[in-house]
Design a binder for this molecule. Structure first.
Ligand SMILES: [Zn+2]
Length: 478
């Protein structure tokens, strides 16, 4: 696949060529949950949107290393624990467990899930480094603040460059040097959980956690940092300020990716607005496949409006995908090799190639999943309109390969694609012979584009094709 991947970078507000620092490795950090309540559909949208991006990069041959934090100590967790009369740890453990179960059900894999409370030592070291370098100061209460005035380019991600736009964490205002400085370490108030530090008992600030845990697993420079659009300011802005100051690197992160909100009647789905649908409810009602297809239908940067009728409609698409796969499997099992491909067969083969290219074109251009979904729909139509009636093994095999590739990104057909189509080795050789003959026929008809793409695909399978004047020969590579 030669279509170059391009990606929207919030930092430049433009679509840029995707060139990871050390290909084929892609190091990515996505901001995970603060575990004080149920995972809801707004979170699901965000995690799934990133999952599709990651899966597409994998389909294109990248090795993506994905870290997603769990914030297991925070004001909200402490408040919730006080309300329920339990410990903060009870709350954190309960919702961490639920979150991990939800991810598993949604078919989302994450390589590392670092928890804040397991990284307190690294966080303290990081804050000390910022103090030593003159970027942070200790206030009388024992809280430590980042001195925003020390950073020349503060505001570059959110494009907020005026100090009045930076005012944050008002409750700590009195002891800050500037109203917009932010807390790296929060001194413990009575009754709050704490860890010992050189500045007294306290706990880390949220921004500090992500800057430390991402770097801990991905190094002082990495490729992708993502999260919901609401994290651009102050969370990600502050992370950049801290990390670039502490490590002396620019840019700390190459690409900033932000996912749009899930909205209910135009308003962001959030706990505070009281309009949430929990992930568990949604999974029970629609199942993971339908949720995945629904999220896939919207571009990750756009808002996605929660609409039950629309969601319901993806049940139909999911069933069609399953039927298409089962149909292809049946054809492959029952039909034998043809020795001649009709013009119609060749036309269908060409349509299959085009559908696959359209999928890649859409996904390569800033992960345009709604456009890619059109290609998925076209593929399914081809299966029922052109492949099923003719029962051609070669068409079915080609469509099966394409649908398998699409599913690397969609992640909804794993159960149905799992059983490999078993073929005897002599049949495989006959099949290759057949494909070579088809290709020769195509070359005679001057269908060079299609014949070249077949050669490329065979090569990817370890089959090398040599073209001679009177035909082609093939060998297994190595
Ligand atoms: Zn974060």
């Amino acid at each position: 696949m030669s279509i170059a991947i391009r990606i929207y970078n919030t930092m430049s507000r433009s679509i840029e060529p995707f060139e990871p620092l050390k290909p084929p490795i892609v190091k990515a950090y996505f901001c995970g949950p603060t575990v004080y309540d149920h995972t809801h559909l707004g979170h699901v949208r965000s995690y799934l949107a990133f999952d599709f991006i990651k899966r597409y990069l994998r389909l294109r041959g990248y090795t993506v290393f994905h870290v997603q934090n769990i914030t297991d100590i925070d004001d909200k967790i402490i408040r919730r624990a006080q309300e329920e009369g339990v410990t903060w740890k009870d709350i954190a453990d309960k919702y961490t467990k639920e979150y991990l179960e939800i991810l598993q059900k949604l078919n989302i894999t994450v390589d590392i899930h670092p928890r804040v409370t397991e990284h307190i030592k690294e966080i303290i070291e990081f804050i000390q480094l910022l103090i030593d370098k003159g970027y942070a100061y200790v206030a009388p209460s024992g809280s430590v603040y980042f001195d925003v005035s020390q950073v020349q380019d503060y505001g570059k991600l959110s494009k907020r460059f005026k100090s009045e736009e930076w005012r944050q964490e008002e409750e700590y205002l009195a002891e800050k040097r500037h109203p917009y400085d932010f807390a790296l370490w929060k001194a413990a108030k009575p009754g709050e959980p704490w860890w010992e530090s050189p500045w007294g008992r306290g706990r880390p600030g949220w921004h500090t956690e992500c800057a430390v845990m991402s770097t801990r697993y991905l190094g002082t420079q990495f490729d992708i940092h993502g999260g919901g659009q609401d994290l651009i300011f102050p969370h990600h802005e502050n992370e950049i300020a801290m990390a670039e100051a502490a490590f002396g690197v620019k840019p700390w992160v190459k690409y900033w990716i932000h996912v749009g909100y899930l909205t209910v009647r135009g308003e962001k789905m959030s706990k505070s607005l009281g309009n949430i649908v929990t992930a568990k409810e949604a999974l029970d009602k629609w199942g993971p496949e339908v949720l995945r297809l629904w999220v896939f239908s919207a571009h990750y940067r756009k808002q996605l409006e929660f609409n039950e009728t629309l969601l319901e409609s993806f049940k139909v698409l999911y069933q069609r995908l399953v039927n298409a796969v089962e149909t292809l499997k049946r054809i492959v099992k029952n039909s034998s090799i043809a020795h001649h491909l009709s013009d119609d067969d060749i036309a269908t083969l060409r349509k299959l190639e085009e559908v696959e290219i359209r999928f890649h074109e859409a996904m390569s251009e800033d992960f345009n999943t709604p456009k890619a979904l059109e290609a998925v729909n076209e593929l399914v139509s081809l299966v029922f309109k052109e492949i099923e009636p003719r029962e051609r093994l070669e068409l079915a095999l080609r469509a099966y390969t394409i649908i398998s590739n699409f599913n690397v990104v969609l992640g909804v057909l794993d159960k149905h694609l799992k059983e490999k189509i078993e073929l005897e080795s002599d049949i495989i050789e006959k099949l290759i012979d057949l494909i070579i003959r088809v290709r020769t026929e195509l070359r005679k008809r001057r269908e060079y584009e299609l014949s070249d793409s077949i050669r490329q695909e065979l090569l990817a399978l370890g089959i090398k094709v040599f073209d001679y004047k009177d035909g082609s020969k093939w060998v297994w590579e190595k």
